[in-house]
Design a protein around this ligand. Sequence first.
Ligand SMILES: NC(=O)c1ccc[n+]([C@@H]2O[C@H](COP(=O)([O-])OP(=O)(O)OC[C@H]3O[C@@H](n4cnc5c(N)ncnc54)[C@H](OP(=O)(O)O)[C@@H]3O)[C@@H](O)[C@H]2O)c1
Length: 295
Amino acid sequence: MDLRDKKILITGASSGIGQAIARALAGRGALIAIVGRHAERLTPLADEIVAAGHPRPVVLTADLSKPGNAESLAARAIAELGTVDVLINDAAVEGIGSYATAGDGSDSRALFETNYWSPMVLIRALLPEMRARGAGAVVNVSSLGAITPVAGTGHYPSSKAALAIATEAVRAELRHSGIRVVLVYPGFVDTPMLRAFMERENLPARMRRSLGLMPVGQPDALARRVVTALERGRKTVVYPRSYAMTPLIPALSRWFTSLLFGSGEAAAVSDTGPRRCCRWTPLRLAAGAGRAAPR
Ligand SMILES: NC(=O)c1ccc[n+]([C@@H]2O[C@H](COP(=O)([O-])OP(=O)(O)OC[C@H]3O[C@@H](n4cnc5c(N)ncnc54)[C@H](OP(=O)(O)O)[C@@H]3O)[C@@H](O)[C@H]2O)c1
């Protein structure tokens, strides 16, 4: 797909990976609409893109944790851009606590609304035009946590697993339609979301140490891979590359993750020093330790 002059809607564009994708797409000559909850977090990016010599992005605000807002966002995007050639579902929030404590209260439901239902609503709203043109693309940013959940992130892994499997199903439904569907599996990427996780006061020491062993990527590098996937018709992006085998060997990856990160709670009460798992050099090598380190 040639991205020049393509009209692209990007949620989660005010921060981290979504912001990097927005910059990269503007650099390719796309006409973008950038979405977040607060205009003041989006306007600096719009200014920066104009200063770099690209067309001014459309700034759209929407709280995607509330039912109904994704539908009206799609309508506003079409009104502003004329059409949407590419939809990028990046916005998400992370959960807190165990499955037992997170429950199904309003926070958990809002998390699912943001991470799963809003992307689904945007796809449903924007597909008919893409189908009519026989062209377009949808990019869904899931997480390797969908395959190898880390304890203590509430319903986040389930919401990302739901998004990943829906992405595969949508791709199957759209085969031969001319519409491309890209599934993005970030591992650890240095963004405010990851930093907030690592700075949690109650993060068990074992988990903190294990995080320190993991390869951590940069949003700009992931954004370049998303752009390449769109341009070259790739179906899946796994980043950083050290995690490439994770979706291919889910059972082994899950075993490895639980060995490294433990249950969260159990590690918190009996954390007295390095555990057997973390001293194993082969595990560190397999995890790609040393390629990058979290702050
Ligand atoms: N960083 C990682 O290590 C990592 C790993 C795996 C997967 N991911 C995935 O990568 C994507 C981007 O994450 P990130 O790390 O870049 O996170 P981030 O820096 O925290 O950015 C999250 C984005 O989502 C938007 N957002 C959150 N709640 C929203 C809501 N209710 N309505 C509208 N927008 C909302 C935020 O916008 P406002 O707050 O301005 O509204 C922000 O632009 C997410 O899908 C995440 O699950 C990240």
